[in-house]
Structures are given as C-alpha cells and as structure tokens.
Design a protein around this ligand. Structure first.
Ligand code: FCB
Length: 468
C-alpha cells in the first residue's frame, strides 16, 4: 500500500499519533525529586532484564524533549500519547506534588500544543512508586485511593490543556505479567492469586474517572487495555475451554466490569480454579457503579492474535519472555506457522485487528464508546546503514496494513504508533526496537528510519486531500 492509499482511508479528523510511556523514555530516574518506581527496583535485580539494562537513562527524553518534539513536528504527528511518572509528580505516592515534576510536564504539554500536537496523557503506565508497592501495591485496596489522589493532582495541574486522559494502560498486562507470572515489575508470581489485584485496579480506574471529572478537566476520559483475538488450537473440548479461559482473563476480566457494569461471568474452564480467587470478581458489590462510570472513549492496544492449547508449556513461554511460573499455568500459547513474526517473535496478522474490533462491537454494543487504537507497532533489529539511512520497510508494511484496517472502521477515531523513538522495552531492555526513529543507546543520537519518512508521506498526502 502506498502512503496515498493509506491516507485516502483516513477521515480528516482521524488522529494519527505516536505513543510512549514515562519509564521507557524519560530517564533522569533520580533527578529533581523523583523517587524509584517498581521498574527501577525490578531492573536492579539480576536476571530480570534481558540485556541487564535499567530505566535510569533510556532515551533521556527528560533532557531531550525539545529534540523529539522537533522531529514530531517535522513528520506532522497529530497527537502524542505519553504517561506521567507517578513517582516524579508525587514522589511519596501521596501528596504533596513535586513542583519540578509539574514543571517538566508543563513544558511537554505546552510544547506539544504550540506545535499543534494533541497531548494525550496516560496516568498509569506501569510504574508504581516503589513506596506504594512495598505496602502491597495493587494487591492493597488503599492503592486505589492513592491513585485517585494522584489523578486529582494531575487533573488540577494539567486539566485545562490535556485533550484525552487515559486512566490506566493495559491493566491486563500489569495483572498477568507483573503479579501472576513475574516477568514484569513488581515481579510477583502469584498465578491466579493475582486476581485480587484486578479488583483494586478496577476500583482505581473508576475513582480516577471521578477525580478527573470533579476537577473538572476539559479533555475526554477513557481507559486503555490490550486485546487479542483468542482461538483454540484444535476442536478438542480441553483446548476450547482453555482458550475461553484465556479469552476471559485477557479480554473480558477488565472490560466487562468497566463497560457493562456487571460482574464477570466465569467461563466453564474456570470451574477448577475458582477457589483461587476468581469469585471475588463475581461480587463487585458497591464498587460496581464506580468501576463502570461512562467513558468518552475506549483505548484499544493491539499487537498480535493468540492461539491457546490446554496443558502447561514446559518452556514457560509468554509473549514477554519465558518464566518459571508459566510452567504451572494449565494452558500454553501455540505458534502461528502461517504468519511472519516480529523481532519479539509476535505473529503479524493485520486482519486480527479487525477481528478484535468486531468482537468488541459485538460484545459491548452501545455500551462501547468511541475507539482509539492507542498502541500498535512492531519491533525489528533495525541497523544504521553506512550511508546513514535505516531501512525498516517491514515496519512500514506492518503499520500501513494495520492503520488501513483501523482507519476503515467507522467506530475508530485514531491510531497511535508504538513508538516514536526506540525506547527501553521493559524486560527486553534495549533488545527490541519499536521506533520510527533509531536510538543509539550509547550516544543517544536519534536517526530517522524509513517509517519516519513514510509517516510524513501519509500526513502530507492527507493534507493535500483535505478541503482547504
Ligand atoms: C505494550 C505496552 C507498551 C510497549 C508495547 C510494545 O504492551 O503498553 O509500553 O511495551 O507493548
């Protein structure tokens, strides 16, 4: 597909943006009053990050925001989604706010607005202040109230300028990778015992919506989760039940209470494990109304489809790395031999993005607000050629085909590319490059890749077509 063909599918108001997260780009980990987050603590433990790197510097966006803003402006980014570091803005995990943290985000937001770029703020993109984690983190109900306090402070500081607020990024991943399997911070491997965190996370979302509305902020409010179409590896009943259980845990556990305002309906495959904690979700009680406050949009992250078979995986593979805990899970992830894969070994299947959207529309009907694809992208081992160019045509192809599907859907208002500058990819450290701009991790020099030029070509084609 040419950039013109992709552009032709986008409505004039379709938002074509880029997405990032504080812990992955900011660096300046112990500067200006910031305290450690769970990711600083996790990365300091040997063996947690595949290349042994830490989030101490990452892309150094804290000091180089202006350089990145100039590049964003150059390609005509419509919106920039970034997250606030809770431990920079509220270093103790509770009041008071850190004026230097406020000053940094003021600079980011005002810079974006001056460049005509829509600021989209995620309140929580996985970096819980370490002091809150020590007191129980998302397994402790009090954390939801601390998060509401943080949301309120952020709303008061930036609520007059932020276009869209996202309460949480991918609660599914926090629960699965962080609390059930331990591949991500805080590194707890509680398996189904992690379900307890779901209740607190859901409550935190609802309380944050209330806190932002109470300020009141001028922007729209939503939540982001990651969705994947789940299929059974075979027609066998065990595989079907396992796939349904995974579909429930991955796609419905958070979305059902948030969008339908009703208790989760446990799948058949959950019977045997119910005593491990799922029942607490079928009795949300008085929290239910708070959890299901009406939203202005639903943020959907999509990367790859999932195929599930019953029975544990002796290698303990997860999309984010292998882990001991996964060997105890009664189902496993199967490969997709029919699809090519990214550097992360994630199957590439653009049609599955359409399937995910169809399933959301079918399940949630008129309870589903407008959809924003708040993340999508692919990692590849990009290298700078002797002539200084970086050919990432595989990424261009990935993006063109996924964006085309999103843009053609009337329910979808935008697509945010993960990500602009190669960043620190959580447990994969610097081993996975997702950016449209190459980062030299030694010198921090930024080099545009071919996808960067492609993005600009799409935006230029759109502006040529726009009625003047
Ligand atoms: C998503 C995360 C984001 C990034 C991409 C590749 O699950 O939200 O921070 O790591 O995956």
């Amino acid at each position: 597909m040419t950039p013109e063909e992709v552009a032709a599918l986008m409505r004039p108001d379709f938002v074509f943006g880029v997405a990032s997260a504080a812990a992955q780009i900011e660096g300046a980990a112990d500067e200006d009053g910031r305290t450690p987050s769970t990711w600083d603590v996790f990365a300091a433990q040997p063996g947690t990050i595949s290349d042994g790197s830490t989030p101490a510097v990452t892309t150094d966006a804290y000091h180089r925001f202006d350089d990145d803003l100039a590049l964003m402006r150059d390609v005509g980014v419509d919106a920039s989604r970034f997250s606030l570091s809770w431990s920079r803005l509220m270093p103790d995990g509770r009041g008071p706010v850190n004026p230097k943290g406020v000053a940094y985000y003021d600079r980011v937001i005002d810079g974006l607005l001056e460049a005509g770029i829509r600021p989209v703020v995620t309140l929580f993109h996985w970096d819980t202040p370490a002091s809150l984690e020590e007191r129980g983190g998302w397994l402790r109900r009090d954390t939801a109230y601390r998060f509401a306090e943080f949301a309120s402070a952020a709303g008061h500081a930036f609520g007059d300028r932020v276009a869209d607020w996202i309460t949480l990024n991918e609660p599914t991943t926090v629960m699965l990778d962080g609390y059930a399997l331990g591949v991500h911070a805080p590194g707890r491997a509680k398996l189904f015992g992690a379900i307890r965190a779901v209740r607190t996370i859901l409550l935190a979302h609802g309380l944050a919506v209330d806190a932002l509305r109470a300020v009141p902020v001028t922007g729209r409010i939503g939540i982001t989760n990651v969705h994947t179409p789940v299929e059974s590896a075979s027609a066998a009943r065990e595989d079907h039940d396992a796939a349904d259980l995974f579909d429930f845990v991955h796609n419905r556990l958070f979305a059902d209470p948030v969008l339908l305002g009703r208790d989760a309906e446990l799948p058949r495959g959950a019977q045997g494990i119910d005593r491990l904690g799922l029942h607490i979700l079928s009795r949300l009680g008085r929290d239910r109304a708070v959890i299901s406050r009406p939203l202005d949009f639903y943020g959907l992250n999509y990367y790859f489809p999932t195929r599930i078979a019953a029975g544990a995986d002796p290698e303990g593979r997860t999309p984010d790395g292998a882990t001991e805990a996964m060997k105890d899970v009664p189902f496993r992830l199967e490969r997709f031999p029919e699809h090519p894969v990214t550097g992360f070994d994630w199957p590439i299947d653009p049609c599955s993005l359409g399937v995910v959207i169809d399933r959301m529309v079918e399940r949630y009907g008129d309870r589903l607000p407008r959809i924003l694809i708040t993340e999508g992208g692919a990692s590849f081992p990009d290298e700078i050629a002797p002539d200084g160019t970086v050919d990432d045509s595989a990424r261009v192809d990935y993006l063109a085909r996924h964006v085309a599907i999103a843009a053609a859907r009337p329910e979808v208002d935008g697509y945010f590319v993960w990500t602009f500058v190669d960043n620190w990819e959580w447990a994969a450290g610097f081993t996975q490059r997702f950016g449209m701009v190459h980062l030299d991790t030694e010198t921090l020099v930024r080099t545009p890749k071919s996808s960067y030029h492609w993005f600009r070509a799409v935006q230029q084609a759109r502006s040529r077509e726009a009625p003047s």
